[in-house]
Write a new protein. Structure first.
Length: 443
């Protein structure tokens, strides 16, 4: 299909409109990519990227690679960043670790994700900062420095897709490849004021990517506009577009679940539920009491799988990593079997929630931000309480503006993306909403 065709399923995507302009105007594409490259590492510690690619060389060769303007691919000329846990031929994949950086092993081939990006016409700006081994939710890193938000150096980006979020926020990339095991797309999107996609478990191909816990590792994107989500998912992840449902049922956890949630995040959730009702959708509640079982199941399986992947290297990483690895390695076969049984039972119970609602909605994190330099040891379990129930289910998620996560059943990525795109103009900042309409009704 010609992407410039009227009625194209991504016609509402601002990024598609931009790429279609570039398809007809290479000079505009070259100027845009040069301007993006000029913004790299705009945060205080200048560590959005761990490796910078040759943007100019890539952009200059695009017209030769795709000579027919009418057939140029979906992401033609768009600058995109790559999380540094995926191989880019000719570079070292550090996975955020000094050990792998010093080991210096150069990738001979591109990862599957990079192949898809290049085939889609994207310009890869570089490989971004991440929490070591993609094992963390705050964006801190002892080797490459903590990742601070370009717009506010007092705030961490969140992690582990920390540089991915920073690259979009600073404007060096229009979208960023991330990963999400226990919330690594959702938390940075929430903290940095972005949108995100966590695909269903099993979507895409991890060839050439560094796994942490294969039972939970998923591919994803960070970006600015919900209307771009279907385009990005199709171009790289191969998720075909779908029609958006006209009216849906959206379920939120009962109020007791939110005992540790900051008032600001509850206010944003209330604004979303009010807006969904105003759009004609039905909002209900469900009991999330069983979700408190998620963290011990998730953390045990994650540590077990990570310990198997990094056996013999436990002391090569950050201060608390050896303890995490050894905890995972200490689990017996019987221990792991019991965790797997509990996991299966949890998923069955969680799947049943979708019998009475098409989507679930809740904050991606109970806190509005993470202060740079502060002790975040207590923040991690608080945040993971909101993200790991979704990770256990392998569910797809769209991270909505305002720090919310919209969750769909496994495999319903296309429908989720289409529905989320219809919500692009729904959310406004809570203080603005209050000025216009006063306090909303209950969640």
């Amino acid at each position: 299909m010609n992407p410039s065709h009227e009625g194209h399923p991504f016609a509402q995507s601002p990024l598609l409109q931009q790429s279609r302009m570039f398809a007809q105007d290479d000079e505009a594409m070259l100027r845009f990519t040069a301007a993006a490259a000029a913004r790299v590492n705009s945060n205080t510690d200048r560590n959005t990227y761990l490796h910078l690619a040759d943007v100019a060389a890539q952009a200059e060769t695009l017209p030769q690679r795709f000579p027919d303007p009418a057939r140029r691919p979906l992401l033609y000329g768009l600058p995109v960043s790559l999380k540094d846990c995926f191989d880019l031929a000719g570079t070292v994949t550090t996975a955020g670790s000094r050990y792998f950086a010093e080991d210096g092993r150069v990738a001979e081939e591109n990862s599957w994700v990079v192949e898809r990006l290049l085939a889609s016409g994207a310009v890869i700006v570089g490989k971004t900062h991440l929490q070591e081994l993609a094992w963390g939710i705050t964006g801190e890193n002892p080797w490459f420095g903590d990742c601070l938000q370009p717009r506010d150096a007092r705030q961490l980006t969140g992690g582990s897709s920390s540089g991915a979020a920073a690259s979009v926020q600073e404007g060096s990339a229009v979208a960023a490849i991330g990963t999400d095991t226990g919330g690594s797309v959702r938390a940075p999107a929430a903290f940095c004021g972005l949108c995100g996609l966590r695909a269903s478990l099993g979507v895409g191909d991890w060839r050439g990517g560094a796994h942490l816990a294969p039972s939970f590792d998923t591919l994803g994107w960070l970006f600015r506009d919900l209307r771009d989500a279907p385009l990005l998912a199709a171009a790289v992840l191969g998720i075909a577009p779908a029609a958006a449902p006209a009216a849906v049922r959206v379920a939120v956890p009962e109020p007791s679940f939110f005992h540790d949630c900051e008032a600001e995040m509850l206010q944003r959730l209330r604004q979303w539920t009010d807006a969904l009702r105003a759009e004609g959708h039905r909002v209900t509640e469900f009991s999330a009491a069983f979700w408190d079982e998620a963290w011990p199941i998730f953390s045990g399986i994650q540590a077990h799988e990570a310990a198997a992947l990094y056996r013999g290297l436990y002391d090569k990483f950050g201060d608390d990593y050896a303890e995490r690895f050894r905890r995972g390695a200490s689990l017996s076969e019987a221990d792991v079997a019991r965790l797997r049984e509990r996991h299966a039972a949890f998923v069955a119970q969680a799947d049943a929630l979708f019998a009475t609602a098409e989507y679930l909605l809740l904050p991606s994190t109970p806190v509005a931000g993470l202060q740079a330099g502060a002790d975040q040891s207590k923040a991690r379990p608080r945040i993971l309480r909101y993200t790991t129930p979704i990770s256990l289910g392998g569910y797809p998620v769209v991270a909505l503006p305002g720090g919310m996560q919209l969750v769909a059943p496994r495999g319903a990525d296309a429908q989720l993306l289409a529905f989320a795109a219809t919500l692009h103009a729904v959310f406004v900042e809570p203080e603005d909403a209050e000025k216009r309409s006063g306090a909303g009704e209950g969640i």
